[in-house]
Design a protein around this ligand. Structure first.
Ligand SMILES: Nc1nc2c(ncn2[C@@H]2O[C@H](COP(=O)(O)OP(=O)(O)OP(=O)(O)O)[C@@H](O)[C@H]2O)c(=O)[nH]1
Ligand SMILES: [Mg+2]
Length: 317
């Protein structure tokens, strides 16, 4: 089990490889360099912006680092300062699901996001992850738009060894969710995971449909037992930020799941989403297999970013 977790972590680190090295190189060079010109600071700022952390944090980090260098007595380590600063940025990130609820009554995860980001894959991975933690689960196939979507979710349900509740292709997703929630309650499930169709974050009709689905879930369960989770592709960079911002205007978002972290993601988007939208990052997807999902742990993430180090195993339990 520990070996498995370390395997996942190494995928995580590898995913961030190039950008992480680029940022570290800049900090190291400026830290040990003598005279530093304005253009050196600008280059650092650009490198940070390219890592997707957003302009606000990039400017703050450059200013903080300038101060540190100016006042440094020589025995400080910029890595300690950077890890402390980045960790502060992620303070309060609640990665647990349903932090305000304990008990065995039904809860629901509504997975939303644009096309192809990995919602259905996340539904399967989370079903497996939560089943292993003792939940009794139904997956609800509310992507009635694409012909193969229902079948795809059934395959994930089989892999995850959980039940799948299906409507028919072309049916109103709201009615599928309504029936699904009723069925899940009847089955005494403790968790319903709802897979929805990918939808553009600028399409008003599709967003209105999502709002309706959210209302239907809300009629069945109190808010502390519902989490609307937006799935974003870590490779989408700043566009992912816009998706969260825009979809969040139609449906209150409780948390973010980043997928495809294994494919050279930059990762900085985590900071921007947390800082500017105040949303917690809940999980990170690091591959296409069922076990390729990690609960997001800020400390491990920052350690890995700044020190390239594997972290304590309990962070991944
Ligand atoms: N490398 C990698 N691939 C992933 C990850 N998560 C999902 N994928 C792949 O991304 C593709 C799309 O995944 P889906 O789960 O079908 O995405 P979706 O959001 O449900 O797509 P739509 O329902 O069409 O909107 C598939 O080929 C997945 O295998 C991940 O963490 N890493
Ligand atoms: Mg899908």
């Amino acid at each position: 089990m520990v070996a498995e977790k370390k395997g996942l972590l190494s995928k995580w680190l590898k995913g961030m490889g190039k950008v992480r090295e680029g940022v570290q190189e800049q900090f190291s060079r400026l830290w040990s360099g003598g005279t530093i010109g304005e253009n050196d600071w600008e280059t650092l700022e650009e490198t940070l912006i390219q890592a997707d952390i957003g302009p606000m944090l990039a400017i703050e980090l450059v200013e903080g680092f300038r101060e540190l260098k100016k006042n440094s007595s020589g025995n400080q380590d910029w890595r300690d300062w950077l890890s402390r600063t980045l960790l502060q940025e992620l303070a309060g990130n609640e990665s647990r699901l349903f932090p305000e609820f304990e008990g065995m009554d039904l809860k629901a995860l509504l997975l939303i996001g644009i096309n192809g980001v990995g919602k259905t894959t996340v539904a399967g991975k989370l079903a497996n992850y939560c089943r292993e933690k003792g939940e009794k689960i139904s997956l609800i196939a509310a992507d009635t738009f694409r012909a193969a979507a229902i079948e795809q979710l059934q395959i994930w349900a089989d892999r995850a060894k959980v039940h799948c509740i299906k409507g028919s292709t072309g049916a109103d997703p709201g009615s599928v969710v309504f029936d699904g929630m009723e069925a899940s309650l009847m089955r005494n499930d403790t968790l319903a995971i709802i897979d929805t169709a990918g939808r553009s974050h600028v399409n008003k009709n599709l967003l209105a449909e999502l709002e309706k689905v959210g209302r239907i879930v809300g009629k069945h369960l109190p808010s502390e037992r519902v989490e609307n989770l937006i799935v974003i592709d870590a490779l989408a960079g700043q566009n992912a930020f816009l998706q969260v911002e825009s979809i969040g205007k139609s449906l209150p978002i409780d948390g973010v799941i980043l997928t495809k972290w294994d494919s050279q993601a930059k990762g900085g988007i985590i900071f921007r989403i947390h800082k500017e939208l105040g949303l917690p990052i809940k999980f990170v997807g690091v591959g296409e297999k069922i076990e390729d999902i990690i609960p997001f742990d800020p400390e491990s993430f920052v350690q890995a970013l700044v020190f390239d180090q594997a972290v304590s195993d309990q962070a991944f339990s």
